[in-house]
Write a new protein. Structure first.
Length: 365
């Protein structure tokens, strides 16, 4: 089993702090109305831009796409699987870029691969296959620009770097890099409380996970309306972790996975302690790593999302810093039955679906 680092070779950085995602007034159905800035020479025309269309679906009548592109490289996408009821609506937030001859649009929101479109003209986007080629079919694969801007209010699970100071909070969403203010409502109290308990110094940015939506709220200062994250359900805070690089995906195999969490507890290292990690080598299905005190190696087997580890052998050095972490780490590997991977994070789960270890990707040295 092998996952690509990125299906596109893209080297680009967006200056997203303070990016203008201006909208005027909210309407029914979670859609925000706004006006388009036509002062751009982009092949996509002015921003914000809304494209819609019904595209083919293998096992349903069709998939309706609503795509909002914002200046600064941010997109919102809603896909509705027709004929499946209200539970078949999925929202995505992420980064977009124009690649190659600036006629290929890549949407980086999925943890495994970007979604690709050809910019036929400023009014038309044509969906491509995963390799960036035209889909040979008589069916419709075009999204058409809407004259009226109607951006969605995405509702989804989000990860981002969160900081709270002076009764105000900011959330930098991982996939888009966009900074949002955080609404003081819904499950915000749980989010604030967990952050304050986990922080080591005032105002530091910590990775958090939430379920929520992005909607217009009054700005912290002034009368403007700005896009704001509403934390409807707090999931977790992950001290010592980062979002990782945007618009790339670390491979499951041959990546150095730094141990960041054992069960519910973050892994905190002593000042002189080396970080525990593991590497799943593609050759011969071998696992190796460092437990915090000793090196270890063994075997693993992967089938779909299932993973199991064979007997683990390790060196026998005795040490005080890291000894407890190592014992817990190696014991946890024996309980693992499955995994969940995002772009730069890996979770190993037991038979009950409980996370026993969590890792963040590091380049192999």
């Amino acid at each position: 089993m092998r996952m690509t680092k990125s299906l596109l070779t893209v080297s680009i950085m967006f200056l997203l702090t303070g990016a203008a995602l201006s909208c005027a007034s909210a309407s029914a159905g979670g859609v925000v109305q706004g006006t388009r800035n036509e002062g751009t020479s982009s092949p996509l025309g002015g921003f914000p831009a809304t494209f819609e269309g019904e595209l083919p679906c293998a096992d349903c009548p069709g998939i309706y796409y609503h795509l909002d592109l914002f200046e600064g490289g941010v997109f919102f996408l809603r896909t509705t699987y027709l004929g499946r009821g209200t539970g078949a609506i999925f929202d995505t937030v992420g980064s977009w870029t124009l690649a190659g001859d600036e006629r290929r649009l890549a949407l980086f929101g999925d943890p495994e691969a970007p979604m690709l479109f050809r910019v036929v003209d400023p009014e038309t986007l044509r969906k491509l296959d995963l390799e960036g080629r035209d889909i040979e079919s008589s069916l419709n694969y075009d999204l058409r620009r809407k004259d009226a801007i109607g951006t969605i209010e995405p509702r989804l699970t989000m990860r981002g770097m969160y900081r709270y100071m002076a009764d105000a909070a900011l959330f930098e969403e991982c996939l888009s890099g966009r900074r949002f203010q955080v609404a003081q409502e819904a499950d915000n109290i749980a989010l604030e409380r967990a952050y304050l308990e986990a922080q080591r110094q005032p105002g530091e940015a910590l990775l958090v996970s939430i379920q929520g939506r992005i909607a217009e709220h009054p700005a912290m200062e002034g009368d403007a309306m700005v896009l704001t994250v509403v934390p409807e359900h707090f999931i977790g805070v992950w001290p010592g972790e980062t979002c990782g690089a945007r618009m790339t995906t670390s491979e499951l195999l041959n990546t150095r996975w730094k141990l960041t969490r054992l069960g519910d507890e973050p892994v905190v290292l002593a000042e002189i302690q080396r970080e525990p990690y593991l590497v799943l080598a593609s050759q011969d299905n071998r696992v190796s790593g460092f437990g915090g005190c000793n090196r270890f190696n063994g075997s693993y087997e992967i089938e779909g999302r299932s993973i199991t580890f064979g007997p683990i052998a390790s060196t026998k050095m005795a040490c005080i810093p890291g000894g407890d972490t190592e014992r817990a780490f190696l014991a946890a590997l024996g309980k693992v039955t499955s995994f969940h991977k995002t772009a730069h994070h890996l979770e190993l789960l037991d038979a009950d679906g409980t996370i026993v270890t969590r890792f963040e990707a590091r380049d192999l040295e």
